[in-house]
Design a protein. Structure first.
Length: 865
């Protein structure tokens, strides 16, 4: 139907959009000969010229044509690479804050240089976000030559360090990385890094004690490479900085033994489709008997039920060598979408501990959240966001609905001639794998390289064993061998090469083929089963047929595959039975292909709803986070600190009047008077009367008394006023926010049960979280003001006495400031207790900076990567 409508009404929206861009591309091309005549120095001076134009009021759009022409010329001179017209289109799309969908091999890395250079000219920062440290470093070094040539600076942030890109050999246009401070990498005109590190640095910044130490000054412009992977696949992944709790880990081992005594289908049921495990009445009775308790669902047993549910999930929904591997006595998560190992990441909510108990390895204690944010809310904070990927069209609705990002398919520079063969479906997995091995052998004999995509480690290793039996030489690339990833993928296009890759491992590295392989038919792709997302299948196919190269692809399926077994096998099985399928005989039928596509759409829709649901919950926390982080920044600002106190005094006056005058039938003036005296450390003679309609006179009296006392305190503390007040307020705010996050974690866990009482869990969550947040803010106002008004300066003798006590404490508890970094925890991505900066207040309470106190011996409690 859509195809018919397109024929009737003309080209689709994206084609019209590209048609509008073509005159701009032509203008850039018209400038090429003129720009090429400039000397290197004249070309470099264009950067200063553009900055002057912007300072005079010109917009980025006004200088786009000439800026793009300058970048193209700089690229030709430094990298010997010229931007094609379609790459200029891609650069324009990125600058406009949209997603450029470009096929594999179309040069997305080079495309980004256009928009990054243009937007960096404003001096507010331009970020290039990639999926891993390797790509961030590689692309920054590679493209850095263009930026350095044009006089811009380039920073790189990595998990284990920060760097600036500098010339290695200016004449040969080679670059190198030079270590630098994190803040300097962000201060560069253009910064490359991973989604995780950009997100974590935002959280870390909002745990620091000085605005000067903040790394991210602006979230101005970002291009997200592999945008579908980061903003769709990773959208449900919250970034979490956490600290240890005091909970015992023994309970996990105990519950694991209990769960091993339960029988599937009798004591509990498993719904793989919705990933739910439910206890039956028989199971509940059995557990109550084993644990010797009367009612498992009693309020006092709510934690016990939580442990049991987690253990059931660990045994039935999380599978070894599929979802995780056990390596060096640790449970390491496998990325569902790339097949890479993710050391340091941990499942949240006690699931990881339950899996550790199941596998009999050491259990790491649960952590408490200190700061968190989802990728969805982090990237939506950028003033302008753009993205690049080879596969985004299937998620166009989600990109628009969640991020306001339009997806624009960019035409390839050369027509795509890859042949995508119809799927072959078999009844059993054995028949399917026999057919796969047969096709691999046929291709290998012809000399054609083959890339086989599998969905899990165990399936890649199973296929490897089958090929070894047939004496077929091959390489296996999965989470267990990710160190060799780029090298293996780069050689996957060699004549006769057979490479088995878990999902999209090696993404970001092109598979190039020579003329001999092209003449043989190019790279052949084999998919061993369909993924839940059509986009992941398209990514696998996209490894072949780059830049007009020949190639082919085929997917092999069986009714025992997870997708068909869980989401659509009945219909397909019925069709196959009707057609009278014999063992080992495949089926290729439009109805089957349609049923598979519908199953994938069903799963994609389900995952979209889950991500939307997560966002609705996180939006509640996001509003609260922005209020707290905003207040924190104001406290840290020299210009704002006194204004913050005055605002808090006004807020506290309102709260006091509400509590003592308005909230009950009888006004309690004596109670109000005592409260004012206690909080503000003053003596109150009498208070003006107030009524429900007019409390302004009473409020003015309270505020004036408090401000008078504040002036006295300011005079008493002198130059120490701002730093002392800031220290008191920040510590109170951080402490209450930490408690609030723990409360919100518990609320999120418990609110789901409201559904059983016919209440909408989300509405309940919003209602209760508002009340909890309001209560937290009240406590912050009370405690900060009370501490501020009671703070005293100590004499030199007092400080010396404190020093002696602190030194004793330091000797007794040396481990608090141990050299060993705490182990990184993630849910799925976490960091432990935040780093104590050298200029931060010392945790011992002396009031001195850490570097001049407990940190003076060189020891640190460093958990930052």
């Amino acid at each position: 139907m859509i195809g018919i409508l397109k024929k009737i009404f003309g080209k689709d929206e994206s084609e019209k959009y590209i048609k509008k861009i073509m005159p701009i591309v032509q203008e850039i091309n018209n400038l090429e000969s003129e720009i090429s005549k400039l000397s290197d120095e004249e070309l470099r001076e264009k950067t200063d010229y553009f900055k002057i134009l912007l300072s005079e009021g010109k917009s980025l759009d006004d200088i786009l044509v000439e800026a793009f022409a300058v970048v193209r010329e700089a690229s030709k001179r430094t990298l010997d690479m010229r931007h094609f017209d379609v790459q200029l289109i891609g650069g324009y799309v990125l600058h406009k804050g949209a997603i450029a969908e470009m096929k594999t091999g179309e040069g997305k890395t080079l495309v980004a240089t256009l928009a990054l250079y243009l937007n960096a000219l404003e001096g507010k920062g331009a970020h290039l976000v990639t999926v891993n440290d390797y790509l961030a470093k590689r692309d920054a070094l590679w493209m850095g030559a263009i930026y350095l040539f044009l006089g811009l600076t380039v920073g790189v942030i990595q998990q284990n360090g920060s760097y600036l890109v500098e010339w290695d050999n200016k004449e040969k246009f080679t670059t190198r990385l030079v270590p630098c401070e994190r803040v300097d990498a962000y201060a560069a005109d253009i910064t490359y890094g991973t989604n995780n590190e950009f997100g974590f640095d935002y959280l870390r910044d909002n745990m620091k004690y000085s605005l000067e130490e903040y790394c991210q000054k602006n979230l101005n412009f970002a291009i997200v490479d592999e945008v579908d992977s980061i903003l769709i696949d990773e959208a449900r992944t919250p970034l979490i900085i956490s600290g240890p709790t005091e909970s015992s880990v023994e309970i996990y081992y105990h519950i694991d033994k209990v769960v091993r005594n339960l029988s599937k289908d009798t004591d509990y049921t498993v719904n793989e489709k919705d990933k739910i495990v439910k206890l039956t009445y028989e199971g509940i009775s059995k557990i109550e008997k084993i644990l010797n308790i009367e009612n498992l669902y009693d309020a006092k047993n709510i934690d016990l039920l939580h442990y049991i549910n987690n253990s059931l999930k660990a045994h039935n929904l999380f599978h070894k060598d599929v979802d995780y591997v056990v390596q060096n006595g640790q449970v390491v998560i496998v990325d569902e979408f790339t097949g890479r190992l993710m050391p340091g990441r941990r499942y949240s909510d006690g699931i990881h501990q339950a899996i550790e108990a199941k596998e009999g390895v050491k259990i790491e204690s649960e952590n408490q959240t200190l700061a968190s944010i989802t990728f969805q809310n982090f990237f939506r904070m950028y003033k302008k966001l753009a993205g690049m990927t080879g596969t985004a069209a299937t998620e166009a609705q989600e990109f628009m609905e969640i991020y306001g990002l339009k997806v624009v398919p960019i035409p390839p520079n050369r027509p795509m001639i890859r042949v995508d063969h119809p799927d072959q479906i078999y009844k059993t997995a054995k028949e399917k794998y026999d057919a796969i091995v047969k096709e691999i052998i046929e291709m290998h004999k012809k000399g054609r390289p083959v890339l086989v995509g599998t969905v899990s480690i165990d399936k890649s290793e199973y296929l490897s064993k089958l090929l070894s039996k047939k004496l077929v030489p091959h390489q296996v690339l999965n989470a267990k061998h990710h160190e060799k990833e780029a090298a293996i993928i780069a050689n996957a296009g060699a004549k006769g090469a057979v490479t088995i890759a878990t999902n999209m491992a090696g993404r970001g590295t092109d598979i190039k083929i020579n003329e001999e392989v092209k003449n043989l038919g190019g790279l052949h792709i084999i998919g061993t089963e369909r993924h839940e997302s059509r986009r992941i299948d398209n990514q696998l196919r996209g490894r072949s047929g780059r830049q007009g190269d020949p190639g082919s692809s085929r997917f092999f399926l069986s009714l025992e595959d997870d997708l068909l077994r869980i989401f659509g096998s009945e219909k397909i099985s019925y069709i196959m039975d009707k057609l009278g399928m014999k063992e080992g005989e495949p089926i290729e039928h439009p109805l089957i292909n349609k049923a598979i596509e519908n199953a994938q759409k069903k799963v994609e829709g389900l995952h979209f709803e889950i991500r939307k649901h997560l966002l609705e919950y996180d939006n509640v926390m996001n509003q609260q986070r922005q209020i707290v982080y905003g207040l924190r920044k104001n406290i840290l600002s020299d210009d704002e600190i006194e204004q913050v106190i005055v605002e808090e005094i006004h807020n506290l006056a309102d709260i006091m009047i509400e509590d003592y005058i308005l909230s009950s039938d009888t006004a309690d003036y004596d109670g109000l008077k005592m409260e004012i005296e206690k909080v503000f450390d003053i003596t109150v003679d009498e208070l003006p009367q107030a009524n429900r309609k007019n409390t302004s006179t009473l409020k003015e009296k309270i505020v004036s008394l408090a401000l008078k006392k504040l002036d006295e305190k300011k005079e008493l503390l002198g130059e120490h006023f701002a730093p002392v007040i800031r220290f008191v307020m920040i510590n109170t705010l951080d402490s209450k926010w930490k408690e609030h996050l723990l409360t919100m974690d518990h609320l999120r866990d418990s609110v789901g049960l409201r559904g059983y009482g016919q209440k909408d869990p989300l509405i309940e969550y919003k209602k209760e979280s508002f009340n909890i947040f309001t209560d937290m803010m009240r406590r912050i106002y009370y405690e900060t003001i009370e501490l501020v008004f009671h703070v005293q300066l100590k004499s030199e003798e007092d400080i010396e006495l404190k020093e002696e006590k602190k030194q004793k404490l330091k000797e007794e508890k040396k481990d608090i400031f141990s050299d060993e970094p705490s182990e990184e925890k993630t849910t799925p991505i976490k960091r432990d207790t935040p780093k104590i900066g050298r200029n931060d207040p010392c945790p011992c309470g002396s009031g001195k900076k850490y570097k001049k106190c407990c940190g003076s011996d060189g020891s640190t409690s460093d958990t930052e990567e």
